[in-house]
Every structure is written in structure tokens, then in C-alpha cells.
Design a protein around this ligand. Structure first.
Ligand SMILES: C[S@@+](CC[C@H](N)C(=O)[O-])C[C@H]1O[C@@H](n2cnc3c(N)ncnc32)[C@H](O)[C@@H]1O
Length: 270
């Protein structure tokens, strides 16, 4: 998950969802003039920079933050500008005093499903906002990737390397009613006008190589580089068993890989 260059090349699904959701919620977010914005879990910074370009006129400022120093270094090198800066920040940790009540808008795309202490992260997001500010968060609920990791973790070959698999499964993957749970938690930490949606989505990868690259880019497990290809081959073989691979025009070598998953879209005001 720390390979910024690979993530940069393989995040089409994440980019597409961030933009579709921003478009849908643009009116609701009500961008404040001269707003200060924080993007939590900015990764390689490409979504932060593209969001700034498409949705925010030049006079607003964005701070992209990420727990990974490597990601922040990459994002700074590629996208730092007068209006965009990057910094290391753990949204599950202690928030520095200097950032409290600083921001008009807080965003987070494809990050919060990695967080185990959900209520701490949501309270921190609340604390980052000024009164009258709002947050817009998208993250994964149910996703087949987590099932495949769990199956791999049960195999003799991978049980050692994937022993902490549940540490990396979205807290909402097995949840019966994520909307209710997240709404309750957001209201508890103080958010008002909370709106949580659990949306079915679908993405089609046009080759097995594209799936492998996307999985490698978000693979959270510390495994030696020389084992990656074997792990990805086993990943694909499970995807095949789950009947998620379609042949295109009945051609053996040309395939499309469907991923049906559920996205959580959460909005709240302070
Ligand atoms: C899948 S990437 C998403 C990047 C970007 N937001 C996008 O939509 O393309 C998830 C990012 O969350 C970061 N992350 C994970 N845990 C975090 C935490 N506790 N605090 C801040 N960032 C975190 C990871 O380092 C990673 O860069």
C-alpha cells in the first residue's frame, strides 16, 4: 500500500468513484469561498489535485494528509503548489492542536475502511472542522477483495503472510446495516444533518493484468517482493472460482473481470 507510483497508475476505480460522488453531492457540499479543505488519506495525491482542479476554483486551499510518509513525499513532489500542500497525519491518532477547528470541508476517499477505531477517526474529523464546516467521506463496505484475502489467509501457502487478515477487512464488510451504524456513530460524535448511503457499484477490469496491478497497489500485507506474483496468481485463481471472470467475445485470452461492491457515502455538518 506504500507504493505511490504503482497506486498512481492503478487507481482508476477509486478516481471514478470519487468524481462520480463529488458530482452527485456538489450542491449539498456548498463550497465555501476561500475555504480551507483537508483530504484525509490522500495517497499519491492525484485525486486531491484533480478534485481541486475540477471542483474548486484556484483561490481555495487544500491540505492532503496521509499516514504514510512515502505517499506524502510522492504527492508533494508531484502536486505541491500554491494551493495544495501535503502532510503526514494519522486520522486514528492524536490530532495536533494547530489543526483543530481549522477546516471548512473535510474529505476522505477510499481510506476510512482501513481504520479499526472508527469512532476515534470520526471524532478527529469532527475536531478538524470549524463550526459550520462539513465532511464528505467515501469508503468501502462489502467488497469481494476482502473475501479473496480471507480465502488466501486460510490456505497453507499464505496463512503465515496473511495472518492479520481481519485487520485489513472493512469494518462494514460483514455489517448488516452499515447506514444505521455509521449514522449513529456520526450523530454520537456531534455531526448534524447526517446523510449516509450504502450504494451498490460495479467496475470492470479489462484484463487479468489490470486486476493484478490494482490488487498489488492496495495490498496491505508485508510479503517479500519475490512472492508477489505467486500471491497474485492465487488471487486470480480464487476470482476464477468465484465466477467473476467473463470471456469477451468467447475469446480465451480476452477477459473482463467484474467487481460488484458496496460503497459508503457519508456526509455530515458541524
Ligand atoms: C487506497 S488509498 C486512497 C488514496 C486517495 N484518497 C484516492 O482516493 O486515490 C488509502 C490511503 O489511506 C492511507 N491511510 C491508511 N490509514 C490511514 C490513517 N490512519 N490516517 C491517514 N491515512 C491513512 C494509506 O496510507 C493510503 O495512502
Amino acid at each position: 500500500m506504500n507504493d505511490a507510483e504503482l497506486y498512481h497508475k492503478s487507481n482508476n476505480l477509486q478516481k471514478r468513484d470519487a468524481f462520480e460522488c463529488l458530482q452527485e453531492y456538489e450542491r449539498r457540499i456548498k463550497w465555501k469561498k476561500d475555504a480551507l479543505i483537508i483530504d484525509i488519506g490522500c495517497g499519491d495525491g492525484s485525486v486531491t489535485a484533480a478534485m481541486m482542479k475540477q471542483f474548486l476554483p484556484g483561490y481555495r486551499k487544500v491540505v492532503g494528509c496521509d499516514i504514510s510518509a512515502k505517499m506524502v513525499q510522492y504527492a508533494s513532489k508531484k502536486f505541491n503548489s500554491e494551493n495544495i500542500n501535503f502532510m503526514v497525519l494519522d486520522i486514528e491518532g492524536d490530532i495536533p492542536q494547530s489543526l483543530r477547528c481549522e477546516f471548512n470541508h473535510a474529505f476522505s476517499f477510499y481510506t476510512l475502511h482501513w481504520i479499526k477505531q472508527q469512532e476515534i477517526a470520526f471524532k478527529n474529523i469532527y475536531d478538524l472542522l470549524q463550526d459550520g464546516g462539513n465532511c464528505f467521506l467515501i469508503f468501502l463496505g462489502h467488497m469481494p477483495l476482502f473475501d479473496v484475502f480471507r480465502i488466501l489467509a486460510r490456505s497453507n501457502r499464505w496463512s503465515y503472510w496473511l495472518k492479520d487478515v481481519d485487520r485489513f477487512v472493512s469494518p462494514y464488510h460483514d455489517c448488516q446495516d452499515p447506514e444505521k451504524e455509521i449514522r449513529r456513530m456520526m450523530c454520537k460524535v456531534g455531526f448534524r444533518n447526517v446523510d449516509v448511503q450504502y450504494k451498490p457499484k460495479s467496475f470492470v477490469y479489462d484484463s487479468l493484468e489490470a486486476v493484478k496491478k490494482a490488487v498489488k497497489a492496495v495490498n496491505p500485507f508485508q510479503i517479500p517482493e519475490e512472492l508477489h506474483e505467486e500471491l497474485l496468481e492465487d488471487y486470480i485463481s480464487i476470482v476464477r472460482d468465484m465466477e467473476l471472470i467473463d470471456k469477451v467475445n468467447n475469446n480465451e485470452s480476452s477477459v473482463a473481470v467484474r467487481t460488484n461492491y458496496n460503497l459508503i457515502i457519508a456526509y455530515g455538518e458541524k
